[in-house]
Design a protein. Structure first.
Length: 383
């Protein structure tokens, strides 16, 4: 019986982020793309206009949940000015998800920010946590809180992911300097991490005030380190940020792509394929004694000849960890659609669904149906 409940409650889906799929954005990243002469996100997948069709696809593939992000620069294009039309847009997205039986998992910041926020010093500014918390409060009251609109019930969204991969963002943006804002300073890196941690805690409290039964956490990138100084790397990269927010998270969100082991199989972007690493990461993350979600796991594989096995192996690794006590509650493949892969542009193909960027046609890949079979295979569910 318990197993039955677990089966029913397990969330299977895929993830996207606003800047990577929506198109038509104007934020710190779009400016960076231009300034650096990188490929521009431009229309991306035009998901802003096509989200209903795209969510139809997710549903047709057997998903029962979906992770997406809200674009802060749309909601608050100028400091303190909130755009009701854009808030309504994301309400429509959430309603479209609910209407299709897909549980929404909503990310509030997936690396991009409004230009005014960048100009105020971005995450290096001591005011950044307050700015973020104010935006979060506004969005959550509109989407997650009780509403005067009689048509929809209160609390449209239960699962909130405040921040995506602070470790990747600060590593590239403030340490290596290859992402906006392009800084290379240990001091700034530390300060920004500190502000992000505070921003999460403030946002957590704001959300809980509006909806005490909301579930709130972050999505954190984790690498399975095995080599030189693995213990230190695990601590700094995998745990430090999570430790700083441990009193303010209801679940631990894991984004896992690779380990540091020498594997013969690699993805199109050269990442070693190591499903066993996910098993170890989940075992290690269990120490937080919180429910675990795999919010991202995916592969760039334009020919689609490795993706089905990649998913199957990682799901099996997850289930092995679950049999040994890891409390995993959901698995989200990255990504539903091919999309804009940051500084790498449109070349990497992560999607369950192939996108033709000229015509915006969608074509469901073979591996997406294999994933569907995994979802429908009752033996695999619940571990
Ligand atoms: C990020 C995604 C990205 C994916 C693949 C994750 O680190 O959250 O935005 O597309 O990795 O690189």
């Amino acid at each position: 019986m318990e197993e039955e409940t677990q089966k029913i409650n397990f969330f299977w889906g895929s993830a996207t982020s606003a800047h990577q799929v929506e198109g038509g954005n104007c934020n710190d990243w779009t400016e960076w793309e231009k300034a650096q002469g990188l490929e521009q996100s431009g229309r991306a997948c035009d998901h802003y206009n096509r989200f209903r069709e795209d969510l139809d696809i997710a549903r047709s593939l057997g998903h029962n949940a979906h992770r997406f992000s809200i674009e802060w620069s749309r909601i608050e294009p100028r400091e303190g000015e909130f755009d009701e039309k854009e808030i309504q847009h994301y309400r429509d997205v959430v309603l479209a998800l609910r209407g299709r039986g897909l549980e929404p998992f909503v990310t509030l910041w997936h690396w991009t920010a409004p230009l005014w926020f960048r100009d105020s010093g971005g995450w290096a500014s001591p005011r950044s946590p307050e700015y973020f918390a104010r935006y979060v409060e506004r969005v959550v009251s509109a989407l997650g809180g009780p509403t005067s609109n009689g048509e929809v019930g209160p609390h449209l969204v239960k699962y909130w992911i405040t921040l995506n991969e602070t470790n990747v963002y600060t590593g590239y943006g403030y340490w290596k300097g290859i992402w906006p804002p392009g800084e290379r300073s240990l001091l700034r890196y530390i300060v920004v991490n500190h502000h992000l941690s505070r921003a999460h805690r403030m946002a957590y409290e704001a959300i809980k005030k509006i909806n005490p039964v909301a579930e709130v956490g972050v999505a954190h990138n984790m690498i399975y380190f095995t080599k030189f100084a693995a213990v230190i790397k695990r601590y700094i990269y995998n745990n430090l940020f999570l430790n700083s927010i441990h009193t303010h998270q209801d679940f631990v969100g894991v984004n896992y792509y690779f380990s540091d082991r020498n594997m013969t199989e690699k993805s199109d972007v050269g990442w070693p394929i190591d499903s066993d690493g996910l098993y170890h990461i989940l075992k290690a993350a269990s120490r937080y004694k919180k429910p675990l979600f795999i919010f991202e796991n995916g592969i760039a594989d334009a020919r689609d000849d490795k993706r089905a096995k990649f998913i199957r192996d990682h799901v099996e690794a997850m289930q092995k960890a679950m049999r040994e006590g890891a409390d995993a509650r959901g698995y989200f493949y990255w990504s539903l659609l091919d999309n804009f892969e940051w500084d790498k542009g449109f070349a990497p193909r992560f999607g369950l669904v192939e996108v033709d960027y000229v015509t915006q046609a969608r074509r469901i890949r073979k591996s997406a149906y294999e994933y569907q079979k995994i979802i429908e295979n009752k033996e695999l569910l619940g571990g």
